[in-house]
Design a protein around this ligand. Structure first.
Ligand code: SIN
Length: 571
């Protein structure tokens, strides 16, 4: 059922139709985190030419920032069924149960493969994997590395595995079977489709020096999007600066269906650095609460107690909402999720009782980050507030990572595989990337399309100026952030619409990224307006209850020549 069609407001294509150079591969993987590198490593050897394209260097994406760990039923007391039950509860009725079953049953073997590739997880004194607990989990099932540097360790192992493969740089020796061609500092501009609507390749801009400089066309028989999330849509996020929604935007422009964009997870305990702090903010892992830290308000009241059976370890949406309520209730004047309008700008995390030795051993990265900001968690309370952390929605995929565009696959945060529903369970994200990338590599080689001629879809070519990004982020944070209502979302859409009318004079990565952020922000705000209920991470103060009669299904978004259509899909 169509909910709404919004006439063309954003450009339908960003790249010029005359690329300066052309390359070809069988499969191009966009993104180099756990999802992208797993896909590339598993496809290598199965198809002739595999390439990875990444906007920065191979280890610059979100994966390396993951602190808590990777969840899987690995402990003797645990089962995939229990992991499944916790995932479904966190997802608040919006998960695809088949996708969740795949995640939890294939998860343990996938983590073992990661270990075989060289990832060193922490062990207990008996040599077994040391497992911890995070919000929403009823068992200790989070494997971690170097205490709180799990993502960095996984990324190290994967990058080394890629480098161990006979290896060729873009512009250098051609890749053969068994090699992975790597384009670093290369921004994907558009997904290029063929006459049948399926994939024909990508336009990319290789930044810096060398033969590959400028916008070029990489023709490909399949594209695997593994480009991460959209954190930079908001003013404060745990995501790195590269998380500018590029994968979702290029998929949307190419005709792919996006699902449940409104389900954006706000992590409850992000270090509060002051009202004017913008961009990537330091995360205080849920694992710190898993080890016994607790939240207090300005009066020292442990406000999570009695609110949920898991108290400080309740699912993330429950904790974020409780913090926000305290922030808003703390005094008059706080109406929205704009931190500058709060009664209290943050709450506190108390982890002093963990002690110096424990902090140094278990959370060395977080300890260093707190100290770098003048807080010693051994003696001080840590100021914390929710900030954007994870997109549970994204490019809709089936159980094998296939999108609605032939030849286009998606995996990891850019995808909506159905495992997260309305609220991702802690530490399920690394696992999702791992499991679904393995699945893509199982089916893709037999589904390779012939190399197709590009047809240059999309109509209007254009860009908004990079300079509108700060205003876009302010609008999204204050009107479409943690706490939403119809009035605020309508205002967000109007203000974003005005930004979309502006045209960039300079063609550069800032303008490409900002156009992507705007494209996805509009779709996200529209989806949030359409979902007139509160479910998981989507919190509407004008519709405070979950409404299974009207909203048990999904909001699907498509775009044609900049015009967006929202459809309602039954569960
Ligand atoms: C955390 O360590 O709290 C974040 C883990 C996650 O997002 O799953």
């Amino acid at each position: 059922m169509t909910i709404d069609t919004i006439p063309g407001t954003v450009p339908g294509l960003l790249s010029a139709r005359d690329p300066g150079w052309t390359e070809w591969v069988d499969v191009i993987v966009v993104g180099s985190g756990i999802a992208g590198l797993t896909a590339a490593l598993r496809l290598r050897g199965q198809v002739e030419r595999v390439a990875v394209v990444t906007k920065d260097v191979l280890n610059a994406g979100s994966t390396q920032w993951a602190q808590g760990g990777i969840a899987a039923a690995l402990g003797p007391e645990d089962t995939p069924e229990q992991h499944e039950a916790d995932t479904l509860v966190a997802g608040a009725g919006a998960c695809d149960p088949d996708a969740v079953r795949v995640l939890v049953t294939e998860g343990p073997a996938a983590v073992q493969e990661l270990i075989d590739w060289g990832a060193n997880f922490d062990k207990d004194p008996d040599g077994n994997l040391s497992l911890t607990r995070e919000g929403g989990h009823h068992r200790d099932r989070i494997a971690h590395a170097h205490g709180d540097a799990t993502g960095a360790e996984i990324q190290r192992a994967l990058v080394e595995a890629v480098r161990r493969a006979p290896y060729a740089h873009a512009g250098g020796e051609r890749s053969d079977r068994g090699r992975i061609l790597v384009f670093e500092h290369a921004m994907v501009v558009d997904l290029v489709t063929a006459a049948d609507g399926g994939v024909a390749g990508l336009t990319i801009h290789v930044m810096g020096e060398g033969d590959g400089d400028g916008v070029g066309l990489v023709r490909a028989r399949a594209v695997v999007l593994a480009s991460g999330g959209l954190g930079q849509v908001f003013s404060q996020t745990t995501n790195p600066s590269v998380s500018t929604a590029d994968g979702m935007a290029i998929a949307l422009r190419a005709g792919a269906e996006l699902r449940d964009l409104e389900f954006v997870q706000f992590h409850p305990t992000v270090m509060w650095l002051g009202p004017d702090s913008r961009g990537q903010q330091p995360l205080i892992s849920e694992a710190v609460r898993g080890e016994g830290a607790f939240l207090v308000d300005w009066e020292g009241d442990r406000f999570m107690q009695g609110l949920h059976e898991l108290a400080d370890l309740a699912p993330r949406d429950v904790v974020s909402k409780a913090i926000m309520r305290r922030m808003l209730d703390a005094s008059a004047g706080g109406e929205r999720s704009d931190r500058r309008h709060m009664g209290r700008p943050h709450m506190w995390l108390d982890a002093r009782h963990l002690g110096r030795a424990f902090w140094e051993r278990r959370f060395p990265t977080i300890l260093a980050s707190c100290r770098a900001h003048g807080i010693d968690p051994v003696t001080d309370l840590i100021p914390v507030a929710p900030a954007c952390h994870y997109a549970s929605g994204g490019v809709r995929t089936d159980l094998w990572g296939r999108s609605s565009v032939p030849g286009l696959y998606a995996t990891g945060e850019v995808a909506c595989s159905g495992v997260h529903g309305a609220n991702r369970l802690a530490s399920n994200s690394l696992l999702e990337g791992l499991v679904f990338s393995r699945r893509i590599a199982e089916v893709l080689p037999a589904e390779l399309r012939p190399l197709a001629e590009p047809e240059w879809h999309g109509g209007s070519v254009g860009l908004v100026p990079g300079g509108v990004r700060a205003e876009l982020q302010e609008v999204m944070t204050s009107r479409a952030g943690v706490l939403r209502n119809a009035e605020g979302l309508a205002e967000a859409l109007e203000r974003l619409g005005k930004l979309a009318e502006q045209r960039a004079e300079t063609i550069d990565p800032a303008a490409w990224e900002t156009t992507n952020l705007l494209t996805v922000s509009l779709a996200l705000a529209e989806a949030a307006l359409a979902r007139e209920e509160t479910r998981g991470s989507h919190w509407r103060d004008d519709f405070p209850d979950r409404d299974d009669e009207r909203f048990a299904g999904h909001v699907d978004t498509t775009m044609a020549d900049g015009a967006t259509t929202l459809r309602w899909s039954e569960p």
